[in-house]
Design a protein around this ligand. Sequence first.
Ligand SMILES: [Zn+2]
Length: 231
Amino acid sequence: MKLKNKIVGIVVVLATIIFVGGVKPLVGLSNHKDAYISKTSANTNTKSSKYLMLVNKKNPLALDYEPENLVKPNVEFLSSTSEKSRQMDETAAKALEELFQGAKEENIILLGSSAYRSYRSQVRVLQDEISSNGVDYANQYVAKPGKSEHQSGLAIDVTNEARCFDKTSPEAKWLENNAYRFGFILRYLEGKEDITGYNYEPWHIRYVGKDVAKDIYERNITLEEYLNDMV
Ligand SMILES: [Zn+2]
């Protein structure tokens, strides 16, 4: 009986540890959920905020990671943009509406091009890019599935009516200097390719919240640098 009781006791303790600690996913890619997502926290100044989620080549999202509160921002998109890829995190979507409105007030017309990308759609984007532009180009410009910030629902590529969003266009210049006022950062800065792992992309903005965006903009740093600073 004593031995049986001991065994029962051990089983209860183990079950409790597993229950409290949570079963770690077998795939190491799920770390983000634990590390960065805090559903109840609206605080954008702590590392636990989902708005500071770091997604890059070294920190991929899990295959099954899907943002919980995707909505379609009420802004104009390219007609070719699918309904699904118009979606963003609810808070980011609201901020985007304000950004587009703020731009419009200064006669800058922006268009949404591509926001949320599921893991599956990232596979398709990569395949398309390889078949049209080759493996090297795709490697440089297209994130591998799971390594795209677009999967977070916090990022969007924007464009202009001319569909020529290079850094000399008035729209790109406006975005570079004003996105932070609405809580967005230019995620892939020129000259920071070694840190972000991606070439300069004047069209890709990422929601981080107003305070953090202002700090990042004023210091001309990347999200990677910002988060390292906080360690
Ligand atoms: Zn992008």
